[in-house]
Write a protein that binds this ligand. Sequence first.
Ligand SMILES: *[C@@H]1O[C@H](CO)[C@@H](O)[C@H](O)[C@H]1NC(C)=O
Ligand SMILES: *[C@@H]1O[C@H](CO)[C@@H](O)[C@H](O)[C@H]1NC(C)=O
Ligand SMILES: *[C@@H]1O[C@H](CO)[C@@H](O)[C@H](O)[C@H]1NC(C)=O
Length: 589
Amino acid sequence: HQLHSDQDRGDGSLKYILSGDGAGDLFIINENTGDIQATRRLDREEKPVYILRAQAINRRTGRPVEPESEFIIKIHDINDNEPIFTKDVYTATVPEMSDVGTFVVQVTATDADDPTYGNSAKVVYSILQGQPYFSVESETGIIKTALLNMDRENREQYQVVIQAKDMGGQMGGLSGTTTVNITLTDVNDNPPRFPQSSYQFKTPESSPPGTPIGRIKASDADVGENAEIEYSITDGEGLDMFDVITDQETQEGIITVKKLLDFEKKKVYTLKVEASNPHVEPRFLYLGPFKDSATVRIVVEDVDEPPVFSKLAYVLQIREDAQINTTVGSVTAQDPDAARNPVKYSVDRHTDMDRIFNIDSGNGSIFTSKLLDRETLLWHNITVIATEINNPKQSSRVPLYIKVLDVNDNAPEFAEFYETFVCEKAKADQLIQTLRAVDKDDPHSGHKFSFSLAPEAAIGSNFTIQDNKDNTAGILTRRNGYNRHEMSTYLLPVVISDNDYPVQSSTGTVTVRVCACDRLGNMQSCHAEALIHPTGLSTGALVAILLCIVILLGKLLLPASYLPLLRGTPCFCDTLDFSASPIKAYSMI
Ligand SMILES: *[C@@H]1O[C@H](CO)[C@@H](O)[C@H](O)[C@H]1NC(C)=O
Ligand SMILES: *[C@@H]1O[C@H](CO)[C@@H](O)[C@H](O)[C@H]1NC(C)=O
Ligand SMILES: *[C@@H]1O[C@H](CO)[C@@H](O)[C@H](O)[C@H]1NC(C)=O
């Protein structure tokens, strides 16, 4: 470019000056000719427009010959930039089995050239590597799937190379490339499959519920949750005898015992076990059911078991009057094993220390070997042992509860020792004592005692017994007035009977003393010397005690040879009664 002033006559009197963007640096001007030159290559992409000013001045005067003029230098674009992708490497995923045309990822390349001038910046995408699996939209850079039924289980990784070319993709355009790493993600397009159609396991019959017997595993080409497997027993004789649970870590099915097995009842079970995917994709169900099944055979092994009693416990009864060697009952035990080993029975002696019972070792019959008494021991709880004769290690125990049944073998008796008194001035038919009885037996319908005067005392008796029919009876006076000087003490024999079978009865004696009473019927003094005050001893009683002590001392101190002399010595202590006093113990001489 050249500047030229109309005033320039070409005589060298003018000088050109340049100022503005890049003046003196990028652009220099020949001060004589006005030629403007660029000092180096200009890059539009760096600065597309420069604004400069030029002036011509008179060399001599230094004054401008013309006003300053401004001019603009525009840099013309040339295609000197290739398209550049925003990333060197892209990664993307797309589900396997996607429809053709499924979006995968969009890649973008930019071109620094002037988009408004020519085609230098017009980029077109094409695929260099990755066909026929993927395609790229030439305008947008969108990568899509291009092949039907791409199967992850077949190939998972793809490397696609995309080219971006400017000049609208024409020959001579500049280009750049990028790599797109595409991974197919899993979908559930594979059902579980058992590698074998049948399995066999064995387990001892003694395995407790919960014992694992064996593991089976269906394989599934998918991964993650698409490869999760649930196992179930769908059919077979062992449906309620076994369980199958899934090991979440290994996706194996663990077959376990659910109920107690019994070799003697069933030796082999056949199960149908199914493996299925819990997460299925409905669109693949046309491929078939997402499950598989296999047959599992379980062989139950025999275990040597101890004998088994016919009951968990036996409750037996025996009358208390049973003779020795009476059969109480019997127990049976059997070896559950196929061998049916014979068993023998015995009583655990620790539970029958007194050897009251015996067992027939051959047939399990239990006998008494002692007499029983319900009133001493109501229950005999013993243990019986059954042992296999050829293998004494195999033995079992069973409890026996033997109840002794009541027999009426005890007579009723007075509930306490009865001693009472009658007032001298008593009238006939006065109640002077109520009697009660007890009986150790325990009849079903309760006690029904009856009371009566012993027959030998009934005739001319001075008292009557009135049976109240409620297991009590009263002693009544039979006449008016008693005289203690005439008869100081009456002994009434009373027969108590229990009316049970066999009837048991006893005779108890009630002592009735004749006493002087006050007007209210309170006892004041009884026969001659033994006068009892409610709060202490009368003088007479004290004298009597002293006398007794003297005699006692005499008996102790005198040599044995004197004893015969004293033996007949009357001591009225014998007849004294201090039942109301604390000194009762002394009266036992
Ligand atoms: C068991 O054997 C005994 C002989 O020891 C016999 O008296 C009894 O009746 C038998 N019991 C049974 C139930 O067979
Ligand atoms: C024996 O067994 C019976 C019935 O089970 C029970 O009532 C009783 O208390 C037991 N006796 C002993 C001493 O264990
Ligand atoms: C009844 O009492 C009288 C004395 O009052 C006596 O002689 C008689 O033996 C008594 N009867 C009997 C059965 O004890």
